[in-house]
Design a protein around this ligand. Structure first.
Ligand code: NAD
Length: 489
């Protein structure tokens, strides 16, 4: 019988009666993997009530006790990192070598937040000599985190750890396509000593997400996903005045100048687009290469892309596995067709790779040349292993093309010219700029998107901003201050 996976509410699975279900498959084999019980509005109400009650209990914990529970959580994550990595590989097709890398981060993320609990500071603001004004950061109450499917365990740990470190109860709604590791992680918080109900999991799709975004009992929404969903969430959250952080999609430029260290730029460009089968928000999906080196650079990159090993994600030798599920696979193939019809040339890839058989959602690393900035393939996020190549003559044109989309998540830049790297870093409209490196991020680093790529900063101190509200207190203590108000009354 197929395994069933469901929500985790107040320490239990909630009711599964009369709930709709969907079946998820292993994207590497197409075999059915689990039956997912989809939460409804009643489940969301129950989760909000459980998180609210447990949050009041959590507030009564000393700061040291909260830090200890997060530390214990980090140890449990270390112990079960391999199991969680394997689950993400089975559920999403992520290559095991990549899933292990993410598994190794889980404990570190929780430790970062364990160390942050006693550093969520307020200010003391000078006013008069007999007035004390201070601010404190208060928890929002219950925070909901709505996440996508491309890095399930990492996303869940980060959203839980940051929210509870700031004193909140939390409800995580992972993507309905990738709930398996999140369920285990939510249960681990109770083993770590957090109150039952402090961390809940709502397993469901857009309907459950909307119920969270519009629920009056929720103080903040932390969303990661596509632009259109982000817009819907922002509208729903506005009606109940929630604090929102939105981490949205990208179409990030990867700019290579003729003075770059070519070996470094080639390796970084390849990994920057094809890792995780291109399903990374900040992957460098537009290669902007200076025209005088374009032929040589693209030729060498194409030869390297053809050596990327695509196949069974549990095979350590493979660099990338399949796309995460069938709908995403079809979407990526559709985009390749769109590009072809727009006039792009397929330098390599363009469909299923050789040698993977007929099962599974495999797409070969694909490089498209002859792409113009106005093509859909150069404007819209594919979220797959598809690289569009554009050329530029000089810095001015590179910046123009780089900034010529609605997105503003990341820019990768390859040059040995320091002043040039600083000029471009200033000029690009992107929340993250990487010079001579690709996709460098971690729990200590801010991460935000500009323009349609997001609102607010999701990581590190930005997560504290997203999970708290500031209260200002002013106390007058001078004996001669008198009563405030009109002197003549
Ligand atoms: P998605 O927007 O379809 O779904 C994301 C989450 O929102 C899922 O949990 C989904 O169930 C939920 N959802 C769907 N409709 C909803 C609604 N109306 N109200 C509330 N919740 C709803 O995105 P996806 O396909 O799961 O993920 C891919 C997208 O995520 C890409 O655009 C990618 O760039 C983006 N992403 C961004 C970042 C970042 O940090 N900027 C990181 C990872 C992924």
């Amino acid at each position: 019988m197929l395994n069933q996976t469901s929500s985790y509410i107040g320490g239990g699975s909630g009711s599964t009666a009369n709930r709709s279900t969907m079946t998820i498959a292993n994207p590497a084999t197409d075999e059915e993997l689990a039956e997912v019980v989809l939460a409804d509005e009643n489940d969301v109400n129950d989760a909000v009530a459980a998180a609210g009650a447990a949050q009041r209990e959590w507030q009564s914990f000393s700061v040291a006790a909260r830090a200890n529970a997060l530390w214990k959580f980090s140890q449990l994550l270390d112990e079960r990192a391999e199991e969680l990595a394997a689950l993400d590989t089975t559920n999403t097709g992520k290559a095991i070598r990549e899933a292990r890398g993410e598994g190794a981060q889980l404990g570190r993320i929780a430790r970062y937040w364990a160390g942050s609990v006693d550093k969520i500071l307020g200010q003391q603001i000078p006013t008069t000599s007999t007035e004390l004004t201070y601010t404190k950061r208060e928890a929002l109450g219950v925070v909901a985190a709505i996440t996508p499917w491309n890095a399930p365990a990492v996303s869940t740990v980060h959203r839980i750890a940051s929210a509870v470190a700031c004193g909140n109860g939390v409800i995580v709604k992972p993507s309905e396509w990738s709930p398996l590791s999140s369920r285990i992680i939510a249960e681990m918080t109770v083993q770590a000593g957090m109150p039952v109900g402090l961390v809940n999991l709502i397993v469901g799709g857009g309907k459950a997400g909307h119920a969270l975004a519009s629920h009056p009992g929720i103080g903040g929404i932390r969303f990661t996903g596509g632009i259109e969903t982000g817009q819907k969430i922002a509208h729903a959250a506005a009606d109940t005045f929630k604090k929102i952080t939105l981490e949205l999609g990208g179409k990030s430029p990867n700019i290579v100048f003729d003075d770059a260290d070519m070996e470094r730029a080639l390796r970084g460009s390849l990994w920057g687009i094809f890792a995780n089968t291109g399903q990374i928000c900040c992957s460098g999906s537009r290669l902007l290469v200076q025209e005088n080196i374009a032929e040589e650079f693209v030729g060498r990159l194409t030869a390297m892309a053809e050596k990327v090993r695509v196949g069974n994600p549990f095979d350590e030798a493979n660099h990338i596995g399949p796309l995460a599920f069938r709908r995403q696979y079809e979407r990526v193939l559709d985009y390749i067709d769109i590009a072809r019809n727009e006039g792009a040339t397929i330098a390599t890839g363009g469909g299923r790779p050789d040698g993977v058989g007929s099962a599974g959602c495999y797409v070969a690393p694909t490089i498209l040349t002859g792409v113009e900035p106005n093509f859909r393939i150069a404007q819209e996020e594919v979220f797959g292993p598809v690289l569009s190549v554009l050329t530029f003559a000089d810095e001015k044109e590179a910046i123009e093309i780089a900034n010529g989309t609605v997105h503003g998540l990341a820019t990768m830049l390859w040059t040995e010219n320091l002043p040039r790297s600083l000029r471009i870093s200033d000029a690009v409209e992107a929340g993250n700029v990487w010079v001579n490196t690709a996709r460098a991020y971690g729990p200590t680093l801010p991460f935000s998107g500009f323009k349609a790529s997001g609102v607010g900063n999701a990581m590190a101190e930005g997560a504290i901003e997203g999970c708290t509200r500031v209260k200002r207190v002013t106390v007058a203590y001078g004996e001669a201050d008198g009563t405030p108000g009109w002197d003549d009354l």
